[in-house]
Design a protein around this ligand. Structure first.
Ligand SMILES: Cc1ncc(C[n+]2csc(CCOP(=O)(O)OP(=O)(O)O)c2C)c(N)n1
Ligand SMILES: [Mg+2]
Length: 556
């Protein structure tokens, strides 16, 4: 039986397990939309293609499933770019389907043409730098090969985004439906695991180490290694810090947690690293700009370095390690723990970490190196509420990052998604909405008022599809980060940082959602008594002083 290419594409998506697709139609992609009409994939109308791509990424990040988005040609495709770039940097399995003018119009100046012919916008070149795979599908005879190649990148161990652009006439061509058998089906064949890595060398270095420190990276979360990390660190009595993206890999309330590492963290882990640690065990941690305090070489001076990562490209990427191991992190941690038990390794004589943190806090107060002063007490209070109120855990998409790194102690039951990808403002709301289509726990999006205005209209997407969501806007009527830099490094020559906000109460009213303004600690403490975060869409304003800046330097 022959079916339309557009139907074939939709069936391919279904075979990959896609049941939700985010997008914005246009004339040049309507055949695929028409095929979606007949399918049981839920097609979600976003307000902007960037939002659609962020939603697909948010869904992928929260579930591990493939996220999908769909747009028309030309501006529909170009609007996708930042969202796809985000998926590329965050290594998310996201597929985008875009339309294109019919092939017979290529190079003749068709409306919204982006084929690259005849001086038109060239989608292929635009997507080349932000996708694992991009194809303008001009013929059907190689469609199966193209889709197989796309599936390979989406289901790879380290996945990445794929963009398929299909000219209008090709979408309507007919193709043999039995060719679907040649495409991967819902459960992609499991990729063979990595061969078991040797643990002996690592155990030897561990024996010699007096005060080792574990730096857990996002690789631990990707590998589902949280429980293994907890068991190993507890057995060996080794404290744990994490990169920003791996916050919560070990519950940050746990006695061995030093919180996260990075220029905007509370700094306990940094102090421990500088003053106590003689051996660092990097587990799935890339040691990027923030985690490494701007690649500060002095941090690792005279320390032994063990690096374990699933991704070989991460090994020795920033620092040369004494031992590098390519391994699945969960399996490796389990093997390490087993070897440590078999060899009866004695636990390390780590000093009392909660007491250490308290001492460091007192020192920061005394020497004025604390990042946040009293003007941020409302923010602190808000994060405390998040920690205390939701015993089942929450899903938190956070564009601000700086606050959370100091104030938010992520529990193992929570999922924390800092805006790490390309760090694009305006990510949190659409990404949280994408996740909200799938996850059952309360979903939060936290962002500044500048970022909010980049993606606020996507809140109406949540309204349209009844996706419960609580958006928290830090209202300081400025782009605080820019203002801070202009204050400190550009002699207070403030340019294009301050602005007037909309009336958030009226905005929320017009959206038909709940609004709360938090100006006092009492209001903050009562907030979650009043809001139903499980069922409603809420907009919460947390008021901040325009001139209050965190006390840290990013050197830029
Ligand atoms: C798409 C995009 N454009 C510009 C930037 C640069 N940028 C980083 S932070 C920032 C200001 C953010 O302001 P706001 O969202 O109000 O947060 P605040 O710093 O005030 O907490 C800007 C413009 C960015 N990260 N992403
Ligand atoms: Mg702001």
């Amino acid at each position: 039986m022959e079916i339309q290419v557009s139907q074939f594409i939709v069936r391919f998506l279904q075979q990959l397990g896609v049941d939700t697709i985010f997008g914005m139609p246009g004339a040049h992609i309507l055949p695929v939309y028409d095929a979606l009409f007949d399918s049981d994939i839920q097609s979600v109308l976003a307000k902007h293609e960037q939002g659609a791509a962020f939603m697909a990424g948010g869904l992928a990040r929260a579930t591990g499933n493939i996220g999908a988005c769909i747009t028309t040609t030309g501006p529909g495709a170009t609007n996708l770019i930042t969202g796809i770039a985000n998926a590329y940097v965050d290594k998310l399995p996201v597929i985008a389907i875009t339309g294109e003018v019919p092939t017979y119009a290529f190079g003749k100046g068709g409306l919204q043409e982006s084929s690259g012919e005849g001086g038109t916008v060239d989608q292929s070149t635009l997507f080349a730098g932000v996708t694992r795979y991009h194809k303008m599908i001009e013929r059907t005879d190689y469609l199966v090969s193209v889709l197989n190649e796309a599936a390979k990148h989406l289901t790879a161990d380290i996945p990445g985004p794929v963009v398929l652009s299909i000219p209008f006439n090709v979408q309507k061509e007919m193709i043999d439906a039995s060719l679907l058998d040649q495409l991967p089906s819902r459960a992609p064949a499991p990729t063979p695991g990595l061969p078991p890595a040797r643990v002996e060398d690592c155990i030897e270095l561990l024996k010699q180490a007096r005060t080792p420190l574990i730096v857990a990276g996002y690789g631990c979360i990707q590998a589902g290694a949280q429980a293994a990390l907890q068991r190993f660190s507890e057995y060996m009595n080794i404290p744990v810090t994490s990169s920003l993206k791996a916050k919560g890999a070990l519950d940050e309330h746990a006695p061995l947690s030093l919180g996260s590492l990075g220029v905007t963290s509370a700094g306990y882990a940094l102090r421990y690293l500088q003053e106590e640690a003689d051996c660092l065990i990097l587990l799935g941690a890339g040691f990027n700009e923030r985690t490494s305090y701007v690649w500060n070489r002095a941090l690792l001076k005279d320390k032994t370095l063990i690096q374990v990562d699933h991704n070989p490209l991460q090994l020795n990427k920033v620092y040369r390690a004494d031992i590098t191991v390519q391994a699945d992190l969960r399996e490796y941690l389990e093997a390490l723990e087993q070897a440590a038990r078999e060899q009866d390794l004695s636990p390390k004589a780590t000093r009392d970490i909660p007491a250490f943190k308290q001492a460091m806090q007192a020192r920061a107060d005394a020497d004025g190196t604390r990042i946040f002063d009293k003007r941020f007490d409302l923010v602190k209070c808000f994060y405390r509420q998040l920690e205390q109120r939701f015993s089942e855990g929450i899903e938190l998409f956070d564009d601000n990052i700086v606050f959370a790194q100091s104030f938010y102690r992520v529990r193992q039951c929570d999922r924390f998604y800092p805006n790490t990808g390309v760090s694009s403002l305006g990510h949190a709301i659409p990404a949280a909405i994408g996740a909200g289509f799938k996850v059952k726990r309360p979903v939060f999006a936290l962002l500044g008022d500048g970022g909010f205005q980049m993606c606020a209209m996507e809140l109406m997407t949540a309204v349209n599809y009844h996706i419960p969501l609580t958006v928290v806007v830090f209202n300081n009527q400025t782009m605080g980060l820019i203002r801070k830099n202009q204050q400190q490094q550009y002699a207070q020559r403030f340019i294009n940082c301050d602005f007037i906000n909309p009336d958030f109460a009226l905005l929320a009213k017009s959206f038909g959602i709940t609004h709360r303004k938090i100006e006092t600690l009492t209001q903050c403490e009562a907030l979650f008594d009043e809001l139903d975060v499980q069922h409603d869409i809420n907009l919460v304003e947390v008021m901040l002083d325009q001139d209050a800046y965190p006390n840290y330097s990013s050197r830029r």
